[in-house]
Ligand binder design. Sequence first.
Ligand code: PRT
Ligand code: MG
Length: 213
Amino acid sequence: MMTFALSKGRIFDEALPLLKSAGISPLESPESSRKLILATNRPDLRLLIVRASDVPTYVQYGAADLGIAGADVLAEQGSEGLVQPVDLGIARCRMSVAVPESLDYQAIVQRGARIRVATKYVQIAKAHFAAKGMHIDLIKLYGSMELAPLVGLADVIVDLVSTGGTLKANGLKEVEKISEVSARLIINQAALKTRPEQLRPLMESLARAAGRG
Ligand code: PRT
Ligand code: MG
């Protein structure tokens, strides 16, 4: 049996066509079912539905053999014990710095002022501002980062942007792109070593489905 971890919402929705072209169909949808383990048309493959940020953990500990995780999650949490053989090219967005429309970010950078940064991505933000030689105070949030600058909790945020609609709706602007983000296939390194005959064909058919085989 192979166990495949993924999150519902955008990752599941965009992974579904790839799974289909790799010959995998879940027997139920995670949106309509409350089950967290979903059977598929393949008796040797089941899906685990977990939080997006928990996918690497399930795969690292071997509770799942493989999974799909955003590059943002992997960069933030590390990827020890994982191989990342395929960029699936789905759930694309970018990690960016954003500030209120009225704020002159470049002037603040040039002045070398200390800024307050609100984000869910503490490690990514630390590395980004350290590389720029900027001194920051980090405020860890778990969501709705866009609110923080509007109420004086922070000067800037680090968050994912895709259409830019959320920033715009909240009077914010993107001032720096930190990285491009897309979802990756991740596989437990030990499982791939001990059961290559099981995991490699699945990995290869997903790579082909993603146009990367
Ligand atoms: O919701 P939960 O706490 O369970 O976890 P999650 O929010 O991490 O999960 P989910 O399903 O929302 O996101 C899963 C993955 O999708 C992320 O880890 C990213 O790799 C990827 N992804 C792609 C995105 C976006 N695009 C995205 N736009 N994740 C989040 N967003 C959010 C962003 O944080 C911001 O609030 O959408 C908003 C911006 O969107 P635009 O279109 O208004 O710019
Ligand atoms: Mg979310």
